[in-house]
Design a protein around this ligand. Sequence first.
Ligand code: FMN
Ligand code: EPS
Length: 388
Amino acid sequence: MRYLTAGESHGKQVSTIIEGVPAKMELVKDDINHSLLRRQGGYGRGRRMKIEKDLVEITSGVRHGYTLGSPISLVITNDDFKHWVDVMGEDPIDEDANIRRKITKPRPGHADLNGALKYDHRDMRNVLERSSARETTARVAAGAVAKKILNELGIKVIGYVKRIYQVEAEDHHHLSVEEKIERSNQSPVRTLDSSKEQEMMDAIDQAKRDGDSIGGIAEVHVEGVPAGLGSHVHYDRKLDSRIAGSVVSINAFKGVEFGVGFDAAKRRGSDVHDEIVHHQDQGFYRTSNRLGGFEGGMTTGMPIIVKGVMKPIPTLYKPLNSVDIDTKEPFQASIERSDSCAVPAASVVMEHVVAWEVANALLEQFTSDTIDQLKSEVKRYRERIQSF
Ligand SMILES: Cc1cc2nc3c(=O)[nH]c(=O)nc-3n(C[C@H](O)[C@H](O)[C@H](O)COP(=O)(O)O)c2cc1C
Ligand SMILES: C=C(O[C@@H]1CC(C(=O)O)=C[C@@H](OP(=O)(O)O)[C@H]1O)C(=O)O
């Protein structure tokens, strides 16, 4: 399976084309809209999210509620485009008309300056429109299709907030994915730890009052994955590395951990590795999951537990020092709007990019022209693993 995304933040629409989805799988708009709605919500977001109503149009690859096996195109309209028609239109305009609205003041922490240098853009709108996390709507839409495939195979995925700024949620690894889904959906900050919810919201409010921004940590839990997904035989087939890459590809994500993660540096081997046991009914399994479900780039059969760290949002009401690319003069920018914290929304994005990688690994490993073929192959594989 593969997908591309296209679209600018204030352009007409954001879209994706997904290729390689098995045929004959049920797929309706609501499967995707549910995910888009979850991404759009979350405490701490700015005014833009009040303008958008993220709803998908399926424009190819699905007929009468079933996938055809052909490329699936998904389109999400940017409702904000109507306010930006002059700025974002496709027709050529003369340089003089554009001069007043050119963006020449790069924000530290965003893609503005590096993109301008690389592509020789003297109007940094040409960079920021695409570097905006608006693009994550398309990735969530693609991930929702991946989640549908996983669901057919009894594999469940949920993303939630582990930390916002200084407020860390307790570990809730004892909860099943279903319980995690319910808790995170009920929480405005998408945390599982309701005792920390208010503190998290207070931290966001305080950052906003100070004209500042804060980041945090999102965590994703995948349950029901058979052992042996991914491969140790080649670096680019290691599933943990693919997941790590896709998490860091989310805007503002700077690091990834599996299981105890960086804490492993402070522990002895006996306190990190998960001992192997065998039961006649279950086959091989582990009594702990400190490695977060991976050994040798392959799943162990234990839940995948992966964390991603998101830096604070770069656009600040309290501006940082920067330099105008035309005048070369220092300035302190003032801004119109921005999110103060987008970790709750980003936890939904992370859930969907992880789901994509897991579904993709399954489709690589098993014949999957039709969903039934995939289901029966995975079933046979699970039986072999269990009786190994
Ligand atoms: C859901 C989400 C919402 C975001 N909202 C904003 C925002 O309102 N303002 C902003 O400057 N950055 C925002 N960002 C972060 C920027 O998109 C990101 O920092 C930028 O693309 C530069 O990429 P990098 O931080 O990965 O280096 C958001 C990120 C995510 C995931
Ligand atoms: C539009 C979304 O997020 C945007 C991501 C973003 C950025 O710079 O990344 C900047 C903001 O956009 P604007 O400048 O229009 O207010 C966010 O609202 C979205 O998540 O759908």
